[in-house]
Design a protein around this ligand. Structure first.
Ligand SMILES: Nc1ncnc2c1ncn2[C@@H]1O[C@H](COP(=O)(O)OP(=O)(O)O)[C@@H](O)[C@H]1O
Ligand SMILES: CC(=O)OP(=O)(O)O
Ligand SMILES: [Mg+2]
Length: 469
C-alpha cells in the first residue's frame, strides 16, 4: 500500500469496551483558510477497531481507504482478550494486509482518559508514564488499558514517540463551584478530589465540527440573503452554547457555554453521571455499603487490567453494573430491539429488563439535558448526539427529541433522523428546516465523533513536535 514518506501518525483510542486505531499521513502545516476553516492537516490511510473486548469474542475491523487493500468487518478473533492483544493483532494486520511497516510511524497519539492536572498533551517519558499509572485507580477501565498499549508501543515500535492526549484537559474551564464537591476543601485540594470530567477529546471534536458546520450554513445563508445569527460569523466556536451527549459504552453529557465546558456529568472518575455498559452511573454514595460489607477491600480479580488496584465497591460499580447487570447484555442495540418500545403499558419495565434499562437511560439523559438547558438560561444553539449509541439509536434520538419540544427545540424529522445513522457526513442536522421550525432556533444534530482524528490533527498542528522532528 502506498503512502508518501515516513510522516505517519498513529492514533490509538483505548475505550472501555473497544480499541479504535487510525493511521494518518501528515499533509502539511496548513494555516487557517480565508473562510476561517482549517483544512485537515492529516489524511486518513486506514482505520481499525476492535469492539467487545470485555465480552468475547472480540470483533476486529480493518478498513483501509485504498480499496485495493484487504479489509474486514467485525471478524471474531478468539486470541484478543485485552487491549494489549488487540493492539498486537492490529500491528500484524498492518504488516500483512496493508504491507505497512510500523517503523514508518513517527508519532503515536494515545487517548488517556484521566490526566489529573495535566492540561496539555505530554510526551511519554518515565515520569509521565508513572504519573498516568498513579491515576489508574481513578479510571479503572481506561488508564491501565491505555498504559498496556503504550508499553507495547515502546517495546515494539521503539523509534516512534508516544504522546498522551487527555480526556480531562477539555474540562479545565469548569468553574470551581461546579468542579468542587461539598467536602473538606483542604483535603479535597491535597488529594485532588474534584470533578475532572471525561470524553474531552470527543467533545473537542464535536465543538469544532459544529462550529465549522454552522459557519458554512451562515456563509450559504448570506449568499441567499437570509437573516443569520451574526455570532457564528465572528468567532464560531467561542460563541456557541451547546448540550453535548456522548453516549457509548461509557456515556456522559456536557454543557458548553461560550465555547467552553461549563459542566459535565462524569466526575472524579468516569463512573459518575449516566449509567453505561457495565457502570452504574450516579447512585447514592451510601448504597454500596448496603450492597456488600466487603466494599472497602481491594479486589484481586485477575481479569482487571494490570496497574489497577481498586476496591470491591469500585469494581462492582464499574464492571458489574449498568446494562450488563440489568439485562445480561452490554450492547444497547440489543437492548433497544428487545425493549418493546411500541408497548405503552405503564408496567412494562417491571416485566422486561431491557425496557427497564432503556427507560433508566432515557430518564437519566433527560435529567442532565433539563439541568444544562437551565444552566444556559435556555439560550442553546443545539443539542448534539454522538458516541456509539448517540450515533446509531434512531429511537433514543426520536424520544429525546419529543421531550425537547417543551423547551423550544426544532422537531426531529423522522427521515433525517433515520438517515443520520447511515450518512457519512460529520454533522447532520436532524431537525426540521428553518421554514418549518416556526422560528425555533434550537437545532438537533448528530455528530460522527472521531477522537483519533482529534488527536492526530492536534499532533500535526503542534509545532513543538515537528520543529524538532
Ligand atoms: N444500533 C445500535 N443502537 C444502539 N446502540 C448501539 C447500536 N450499535 C451499537 N450500539 C452501542 O454502541 C456502543 C459502543 O459505543 P462506542 O462509543 O463505540 O464505545 P466505547 O465507549 O467503547 O468507545 C456499544 O456498546 C453498543 O451498546
Ligand atoms: C470516559 C469513557 O467512559 O470513555 P469510553 O466511553 O470510551 O469508555
Ligand atoms: Mg469511546
Amino acid at each position: 500500500m502506498s503512502s508518501s514518506g515516513n510522516n505517519l501518525v498513529l492514533s490509538v483510542n483505548a475505550g472501555s469496551s473497544s480499541l479504535k486505531i487510525s493511521l494518518y499521513a501528515v499533509s502539511s502545516h496548513q494555516e487557517q483558510g480565508q473562510d476561517h476553516t482549517f483544512p485537515e492537516p492529516v489524511t486518513l490511510i486506514l482505520s481499525s477497531s476492535i469492539s467487545s473486548i470485555s465480552a468475547p469474542p472480540a470483533k476486529f475491523s480493518f478498513q483501509p481507504t485504498d480499496s485495493g487493500v484487504q479489509s474486514c468487518k467485525d471478524e471474531p478473533v478468539d486470541s484478543i482478550t485485552d487491549h494489549a492483544s488487540a493492539f498486537a493483532h492490529f500491528l500484524e494486520a498492518l504488516r500483512t494486509k496493508a504491507s505497512i511497516d510500523g517503523k514508518r510511524v513517527i508519532y503515536i497519539c494515545h487517548r488517556v482518559v484521566h490526566g489529573g492536572d495535566y492540561n496539555e498533551p505530554v510526551q511519554i517519558t518515565q515520569e509521565s508514564y508513572d504519573h498516568i499509572e498513579k491515576l489508574s485507580d481513578l479510571a479503572p477501565l481506561h488508564n491501565g488499558a491505555a498504559l498496556s498499549v503504550i508499553k507495547a508501543c515502546i517495546d515494539v515500535l521503539p523509534d516512534a514517540k508516544s504522546i498522551a492526549y487527555f480526556d480531562t484537559a477539555f474540562h479545565r474551564s469548569i468553574p470551581i463551584h461546579i468542579s468542587s464537591y461539598a467536602i473538606d476543601p483542604e483535603l479535597a485540594k491535597k488529594r485532588g478530589l474534584k470533578k475532572y470530567g471525561f470524553h474531552g477529546l470527543s467533545y473537542a471534536f464535536i465543538l469544532r465540527a459544529v462550529s465549522q458546520y454552522l459557519l458554512k450554513v451562515c456563509h450559504d445563508a448570506f449568499a441567499f440573503t437570509i437573516e443569520v445569527d451574526i455570532r457564528f460569523l465572528l468567532q464560531p466556536s467561542k460563541s456557541l452554547n451547546l448540550i453535548l451527549l456522548h453516549l457509548g459504552s461509557g456515556a456522559s453529557a456536557c454543557v458548553i457555554k461560550n465555547g467552553e465546558s461549563l459542566d459535565t456529568s462524569m466526575g472524579l472518575t468516569p463512573l459518575n453521571g449516566l449509567p453505561g455498559a457495565t457502570r452504574s452511573g450516579s447512585v447514592d454514595p451510601s448504597l454500596i455499603f448496603h450492597y456488600t460489607n466487603k466494599a472497602g477491600r481491594i479486589t484481586h480479580d485477575p481479569s482487571m487490567a494490570t496497574h489497577v488496584g481498586v476496591t470491591t465497591a469500585e469494581d462492582i460499580l464499574n464492571r458489574k453494573s449498568g446494562w450488563k447487570a440489568i439485562t445480561g447484555t452490554a450492547d444497547f442495540g440489543v437492548i433497544t430491539s428487545k425493549a418493546e418500545l411500541e408497548n405503552h403499558d405503564s408496567e412494562i419495565a417491571l416485566r422486561n429488563p431491557h425496557r427497564l434499562a432503556y427507560d433508566i437511560f432515557l430518564d437519566r439523559i433527560l435529567h442532565f439535558v433539563g439541568s444544562y438547558h437551565l444552566k444556559l438560561d435556555g439560550e442553546v444553539d443545539a443539542i448534539v448526539f454522538a458516541g456509539g449509541i448517540g450515533e446509531k439509536s434512531v429511537q433514543l434520538r426520536s424520544m429525546i427529541g419529543e421531550k425537547l419540544q417543551c423547551l423550544g427545540y426544532r422537531r426531529v424529522e423522522s427521515s433525517k433522523n433515520e438517515n443520520a445513522t447511515k450518512a457519512g457526513a460529520t454533522i447532520l442536522d436532524i431537525s426540521v428546516d428553518r421554514e418549518e421550525s416556526k422560528n425555533r432556533p434550537k437545532r438537533v444534530f448528530v455528530c460522527h465523533t472521531d477522537e483519533q482524528l482529534e488527536m492526530a490533527r492536534e499532533c500535526a498542528l503542534d509545532r513543538r513536535f515537528w520543529d524538532e522532528a
